[in-house]
Ligand binder design. Structure first.
Ligand SMILES: [Zn+2]
Length: 287
């Protein structure tokens, strides 16, 4: 698994030992009950399953699962009716490990997963998937047996029965201002229609690709809205409440092999401050 640099571990660990992250988490839970936090995972390889399960055990003690109707109720009515704060767990890139490693553990701990699928990656023939992933900047499951790293359409349909499956473009392209109208059409409305035909159900949710400031654009935001997506996720770390525009919901990054001190750091809200200026610029651009 990828190693974590000493610096990246040290700050969250110090915040944990000094009681800063736990205090911020407790304040968030106490002061803002009608809000939730969304996190973004990518690959969940088998070799990280013990640590990932440890994270889920922690989540199940402190947070409640978030379904599509829970999210709608929060955004529309400002209501959160579950006993613990909501934690919305998202998984980008349509990976095999999402179906085979993450989903069974999510179900064991009672969490709904939100899976965002780039359609042409799932359609890529198995022998070509590793090369396609590399070309499309998709992080691979390094320990997958054989060559298949994307989930199959059967697996995506199965996930859609108990979880949420959403759009993530066709070719996992950053939706920058450089895309032509034709490219936007292929990546957003056409990919949505195709995903709906494969799943046999409406797809309401979308996740932007990348997260760099240049990977957002006004034209793509309009295409997402015009395609009929009702919810979309970005990556600029802040909480979601009734004042959050449904097409501008932000997530914070968590990796399955991270220790709990790093997870608590991400969930504590301390990183929201660091993202504030970028978040405001992205939201202005995409409103
Ligand atoms: Zn992605």
């Amino acid at each position: 698994m990828p190693s974590i640099s000493l610096m990246r571990r040290a700050v969250p660990l110090a915040a944990q030992l000094l009681g800063i992250s736990p205090l911020c988490l407790a304040m968030e839970r106490a002061l803002r009950p009608a809000s939730l936090r969304a996190v973004i995972y990518h690959s969940v390889p088998q070799k990280s399953s013990i640590q990932f399960e440890n994270q889920l055990r922690y989540y199940s003690r402190h947070y409640s699962s978030v379904t599509l109707s829970d999210l709608e109720r929060l955004l529309n009515e400002g209501q959160w009716r579950k006993p613990k704060p909501g934690l919305l767990l998202t998984f980008d890139d349509g990976l095999r490990s999402h179906s085979e490693v993450a989903a069974p553990l999510l179900e064991k701990y009672g969490f709904c997963g939100w899976f965002f699928v780039p359609t042409e990656f799932v359609d890529t023939p198995t022998p070509l998937q590793r090369a396609a992933a590399k070309k499309q900047n998709i992080l691979l499951d390094e320990d997958s047996p054989g060559d298949r790293v994307a989930m199959t359409w059967d697996q995506a349909c199965k996930l859609a029965e108990n979880h949420v499956v959403g759009g993530h473009t066709a070719t996992h392209v950053r939706l920058s201002q450089n895309l032509t109208a034709e490219e936007l059409k292929r990546e957003i409305p056409a990919a949505k229609n195709y995903l709906e035909s494969r799943l046999g159900k409406t797809v309401d949710t979308f996740a932007w690709v990348g997260g760099e400031e240049w990977s957002y654009s006004r034209s793509a935001a309009a295409a997402i809205r015009d395609a009929g997506f009702r919810f979309s996720f970005m990556t600029n770390s802040t909480r979601i409440n009734r004042h959050t525009p449904p097409l501008q919901m932000d997530r914070c990054r968590v990796e399955p092999h991270w220790p709990l001190s790093m997870v608590r750091w991400q969930l504590s809200g301390l990183m929201d401050v660091a993202y504030c200026a970028k978040r405001n610029r992205v939201h202005r651009l995409t409103q």
